[in-house]
Design a protein around this ligand. Structure first.
Ligand code: GLN
Length: 502
């Protein structure tokens, strides 16, 4: 599916890698001052993709022709004196987001060949802000997974060590940005899918509050949990993308009408007086030694910068994983009913209509997706509904209240993103429960609708990145960015580069 044939040979070989090393913010400054053109920047990224993606396999589709056309248009617009927040910046999009005229598969064979006739609102807003779209990124099928091993097409490798997973489900987004094959990317997070690959790939990665970013055109997994958000190499880059995609959308009735603050201003306010909470339940058994040490060190540094630190209690945390896997699978079983071979993508004709449905779904969905549909259908079925789905919803409310109470005492919560750093291919994939445990520290935020972020905070003994997770109340992405930015400024973790692309 990946199409490399139209990638031109770049003219200035030597400076190409320097161009792909720029952060989004630095690249925008160079575009603005005309030091570099969008065409040069885009060609450099396409060259980087040509060079590294055969190993990393982050892209499902490279839209090279479109990108070059958009880059020329961006340069022409700038020459006419026009400006826009992301004018001429090459970014890439997780394949869960609908892109008009460009195949959108959710990494599922059942959507092979599906070409949307509209753009997701988040994508449209990036295009309106001047993005150059490099292509569509690999993921776990329908965003179900934590390693990108569940892609229906191929797995994506972690640029920090090709034997390790990049995390999931937005693993293509994480790997592409870490390998300098895009200045930034969009991911989606239902239970951790932005933050987890963010932490495994050493990125700044932000899951907005539920309702902060429109879900229109985001192919639904768990509709009460899903959010789209940015994955970049710096906190400032994250803020820039969030600024563009946040805000009410009449096409998504769950999108919030709350005003969108100026994130770049908010980010720079420092952490003097900021109250940081450490959820006791997030520091229990099973936390890898280096992860615990790096997170505690980061918290001490926030304290040294003027923040106050206290323990907080989230007593219902122990139930979050179970509740999540009932609610997410229940919603998925309903959302995925539409893939029946009639309207979208794959169709396996088999005599009558019911037989065609069955044959199409049997051939089109992968094992994990089938497992989730069965779990969800069971949880919703008559006779079991109250015991499973009903109970899960009740406990979800208790989890939400835990966060409300905690945020009466503190402004942000700090923890690890995942109990461990990236794991090897196959290490968790034979045992679904083991894989689900990677999400234990990320799913509560989705259940409660709060915002969360992963920020690079160190490396383990094997040289794999560690992420600091910060959580803030609904619609307080400004606070999240403020804490993340202050921490990032004191370190160079985010500036380190995988050996592969050095
Ligand atoms: N790993 C979790 C799951 O499989 C989260 C996925 C996500 O956030 N999309 O459901």
């Amino acid at each position: 599916m990946t199409d490399y044939k139209t990638i031109p040979t770049p003219r200035k070989e030597a400076c190409m890698s320097a161009l792909t090393d720029l952060s989004l913010t630095e690249a925008l400054a160079k575009l603005e001052s005309r030091e570099v053109s969008s065409l040069e920047l885009t060609q450099a990224h396409l060259q980087q993709i040509e060079r590294y993606d055969p190993q990393v396999q982050a892209y499902l589709t490279v839209s090279a022709d479109l990108a070059l056309e958009q880059a020329r248009a961006a340069d022409a617009a700038r020459a006419r004196g026009e400006s826009a927040p992301l004018l001429g910046a090459p970014l890439a999009i997780k394949d869960v987001l609908s892109t008009k005229g460009i195949e959108t598969t959710c990494a599922s064979k059942i959507l092979k060949g599906y070409v949307p006739v509209f753009n997701a609102t988040a994508v449209q807003r990036l295009l309106d802000a001047g993005m150059v779209m490099l292509g569509k990124l690999n993921m776990d099928e329908f965003a179900m997974g934590s390693s990108t091993e569940n892609s229906g097409f191929f797995l994506t490798r972690n640029p920090w060590n090709l034997d390790y997973v990049p995390g999931g489900s937005s693993g293509g987004s994480g790997a592409a940005v870490a390998a300098r094959m895009a200045l930034g990317a969009l991911g989606s997070d239902t239970g951790g899918s932005i933050r987890l690959p963010g932490s495994f790939c050493n990125l700044a990665a932000l899951k907005p509050s539920y309702g902060r970013v429109s879900r229109y055109g985001l192919i639904a997994y768990g509709s009460s949990l899903d959010q789209t958000g940015p994955m970049t190499r710096t906190v400032e880059d994250c803020a820039r993308i969030l600024q563009v995609i946040a805000g009410h959308d009449p096409l998504d009735s769950t999108s919030s009408k709350a005003p969108v603050p100026n994130y770049l201003d908010a980010m720079r306010q420092g952490v003097q007086g900021l109250r940081v909470g450490l959820p006791k339940q997030y520091f229990g058994e099973g936390l890898q030694r280096e992860v615990r040490e790096a997170v505690m060190q980061a918290v001490e540094e926030l304290e040294a910068m003027g923040a106050s630190v206290q323990d907080v209690d989230l007593p219902y945390s122990d139930y979050a994983l179970a509740v999540y896997y009932i609610i997410a699978t229940s919603e998925a079983s309903a959302n995925l009913a539409r893939y029946d071979g009639i309207r979208f993508g794959l169709r396996v004709e088999k005599g009558d209509m019911i037989a065609t449905y069955k044959a199409t779904r049997g051939a089109g969905f992968g094992d994990e997706v089938k497992r989730r549909i069965m779990l969800g259908t069971y949880a919703l079925s008559a006779g079991y509904y109250d015991a499973w789905y009903g109970k899960a919803q009740a406990v979800r409310t208790l989890i939400k209240r835990d966060f409300e109470r905690a945020f009466e005492q503190v402004d942000v919560l700090a923890a690890a993103v995942s109990p461990t750093t990236a794991f090897k291919f196959g290490e968790n994939s034979a045992d679904p429960l083991q894989m689900y445990l990677a999400d234990i520290l990320t799913v509560p935020a989705n259940l409660a609708g709060v915002c969360g972020m992963s920020v690079p905070c160190g490396f383990d003994d094997a040289g794999l990145p560690i992420g600091l997770q910060l959580l803030a109340p609904p619609m307080r992405e400004d606070t999240l960015l403020r804490a993340a930015y202050a921490y990032e400024q004191a370190h160079d973790w985010h500036a380190r580069k995988p050996a592969l692309v050095s």
